[in-house]
Write a protein that binds this ligand. Structure first.
Ligand code: BDP
Length: 682
């Protein structure tokens, strides 16, 4: 080594030594839950007879961070039952991993690193993991101009201007994060799709992303606009029964597969909220979906056709998807799967499950969740969504008798599905910490983990996420876990308790606007349509004497929901118009109960603030402060929600706010003047 090189080495070493403690503490959330320590003095021994890009990544991850026994990878194509999964067997001396696909070996590497980071015993391993769903997919509502519909973590990750030539390092990091939790698919663009995504120029960009994601087992899908043949192809219409139209789609699909041989398929929002669809030509959703399915079939692609359809009509909005789709049951191709939002209206803080689940007996169904917190305080509020996802998946529809949960209907247990899938609208953007709020990362994580195994508990998922993302000190893990586990119910309490829904500010959906009334706007976008407050009471009558939405549920649920005495109280105002002095189970009147719920939501957020402040010794400075600051916003917003809703509903109930709870600190008239500058339609 010559002198200059030596000086350089000494210089850089001292630089690293001086800075390393700082680097250690500088945490900005960009690493997500993948904060594996590098095994500096140790390089794990990993052997594999087979080679592939996914296996190379798996070996690299383990060599960088695994601090245990030597590992042997085994690819056994005969073990079909493993699907994307794997078996891990091992003792103190050696670990053997078997998978039938290379991506299974990659998933197993992340499994081992998770065990290591959560300090789980790794000396005696004997486990088999098989994913519950074939397609575990994120839906990005990203526009081509890089804004994100309902996105609260900055601009889109996809830098369309720079693609296909420049590849941001975050594309790789994104695919790695997904692979680490078993997510194997992504829809890159907004369901409110523009035809432009299907132009040659954009497909070249999509291909570049697909190439980056492929080694991580993440397949690309696209949302398509039903009018593309007309708007892009110059055809006279986009009628699904017009042979020219299906020819156009077939050749478009061929072009896509020539660029992306493992392309996943299409996601379609049609005849919904003003978007074009087969009904524009007097055709049905089945006609539209099947035409696309036929184009994709030769290549193994699928169509995820959304059931989120409703029109400003006299029929209760909550009933419309069911009315529209049940007559079409059995008419869809076997590579079509109907994508149904968890609730019958729209990702509210709490909804009953959509009655379409189980009602389509001869049609494949999948759930759509929303990870991005459109209706849950954006990226300002700490709301851990796993309990909400599980509430839906564990709901018993009774479609095939007791125990017909949504999980079992959609994962193939009860229905012989050709393809099973589960989806969620992503909360990922360009922000350094990916999701805007450090705790919102937990919702991306939880979706992936549940898509892999819906039997995991919310507690298990929170436990591993906290340990991986922050610290495994139990004095940190336990209180923070309690906060996370209660946070969804807390948000429901300060926003919309007892089954209230959609009383958000018009358009952006951030704050409360139960009084909202935009002249000339669609009634089904107005809060009064949903809360129906009047001098007699509050809530939407969906009983047999009201809109009769209860009849869309299988017995005994239809009767349970229909009967005010049996209806679960957390859905009471969803199904009933309830008198203000109705006696709740705890003996309080509806009005008092409502007041106590709102107050309890506020008190809970205050308790989270106190809890978090005590966690300071366990957390790096930056993440501690950022979460602390978000909790302050959440506490202020909770009071805003409580005052707005109670003062407004009080103008109908004419009853006092119970004297032992905190007094309102705002004037209703002042709250009504708040107009946030956030542009959006409904
Ligand atoms: C609603 C959103 C809207 C979406 C729509 C959808 O407010 O931005 O386009 O759902 O899912 O929740 O299509």
């Amino acid at each position: 080594m010559n002198r200059t090189k030596f000086t350089l080495l000494v210089f850089s070493l001292s630089f690293i030594i001086i800075l390393s403690p700082l680097l250690l503490f500088a945490e900005d959330g960009s690493q997500l839950w993948l904060r594996y320590q590098s095994a500096i003095h140790y390089k794990a021994k990993v052997t594999s007879k087979e080679k592939s890009p996914a296996i190379t990544i798996a070996i690299r991850e383990l060599e960088n961070s695994w601090q245990g026994q030597p590992i042997e990878f085994n690819l056994d194509k005969k073990q079909k039952h493993l699907k994307d999964g794997y078996q891990i067997k091992g003792n103190n001396d050696k670990i053997t991993i078997t998978a039938q696909k290379d991506v299974g070996l990659l998933y197993s590497a992340y499994h081992l690193l998770r065990l290591q980071l959560t300090e789980t015993d790794r000396t005696n391993l004997n486990l088999e993991e098989i994913p519950a769903y074939d397609v575990r997919i994120l839906n990005h509502w990203d526009n081509l101009n890089r804004t994100i519909e309902r996105g609260y973590a900055g601009y889109s990750l996809w830098k369309w201007d720079e693609l296909p030539n420049t590849l941001s390092p975050r594309y790789d990091a994104y695919a790695r994060a997904n692979a680490s939790i078993g997510i194997n698919a992504t829809v890159l663009n907004n369901v409110n799709a523009t035809p432009e995504i299907l132009t040659g120029a954009y497909l070249a960009k999509v291909k570049a992303l697909a190439d980056v994601f492929r080694p991580y087992g993440v397949k690309v899908y696209l949302a398509v606009n039903f009018s593309s043949p007309k708007e892009l192809g110059g055809l006279s219409d986009s009628d699904p029964l017009n042979p020219e139209v299906s020819k156009w789609w077939s050749s478009k699909v061929k072009e896509i597969y020539s660029l992306i041989p493992d392309f996943g398929g299409f996601l379609v929002k049609a005849n919904s909220e003003g978007l074009p669809g087969p009904q524009d030509y007097g055709r049905t959703h089945a006609d539209g979906a099947n035409m696309l399915a036929d184009a994709l079939k030769p290549y193994g692609g699928i169509v995820m056709w959304r059931a989120f359809v409703y029109n400003p009509s006299n029929e209760d909005r909550a009933k419309q998807a069911y009315s529209e789709f049940t007559p079409l049951d059995g008419q869809f191709r076997d590579n079509v799967i109907i994508q149904i939002k968890n609730g019958p209206v729209d990702f509210q803080p709490r909804e009953p499950f959509s009655p379409l689940f189980g009602a389509l007996r001869d049609t494949q169904e999948m759930v759509e969740f929303q990870i991005t917190q459109e209706y849950l305080g954006f990226s300002n509020h700490l709301v851990y969504l796993s309990p909400m996802f599980k509430e839906t998946l564990d709901s018993d529809t009774y479609s095939d008798g007791e125990g017909s949960t949504i999980a079992k209907i959609t994962d193939g247990t009860l229905r012989p599905n050709k393809v099973t899938a589960i989806s969620a609208v992503a909360n990922i953007g360009e922000d350094t910490n990916w999701c805007g709020h450090h705790f919102a990362q937990a919702n991306w994580y939880a979706f992936g983990r549940l898509a892999w195994n819906h039997q995991l508990t919310s507690e298990q998922i929170a436990d591993e996420w906290i340990k991986m993302t922050f610290s495994d000190n139990k004095d940190f893990v336990n209180p923070v876990k309690d906060m996370m586990l209660s946070s969804r119910e807390t948000a429901v309490d300060y926003m919309m308790p007892l089954g209230l829904h959609h009383i958000f500010a018009f358009g952006h959906h951030y704050g409360p606007e139960p009084w909202g009334d935009v002249p000339g706007a669609r009634p089904d976008w107005m809060p009064w349509y949903y809360h129906n407050a009047d001098s007699t009471g509050l809530g939407f009558d969906r009983t047999t004497s009201g809109s009769n939405a209860v009849s869309q549920y299988f017995p005994p649920l239809n009767n349970i929901y229909n009967d005010i005495a049996l209806c679960p109280e957390n859905l009471l105002l969803w199904f009933h118009h309830v008198p203000w002095d109705y006696r709740m189970k705890d003996g309080k009147t509806l009005w008092d109960e409502l007041c106590y719920k709102y107050d309890s939501g506020v008190q809970q957020v205050r308790a989270y603030q106190k809890l978090w402040d005590r966690m300071e010794p366990f957390v790096d400075e930056q993440r501690f402060r950022e979460v602390q600051s978000k909790l302050r916003i959440q506490a202020r917003d909770a009071v805003w929600w409580k005052d707005a809703c109670l003062l407004y509903f009080q103008t109908f109930s004419k009853r006092p706010v119970p004297y032992d709870i905190e007094r309102p600190v705002h004037e209703l008239e002042d709250l009504k003047k708040i107009k946030l500058d956030m542009k959006h339609h409904n």
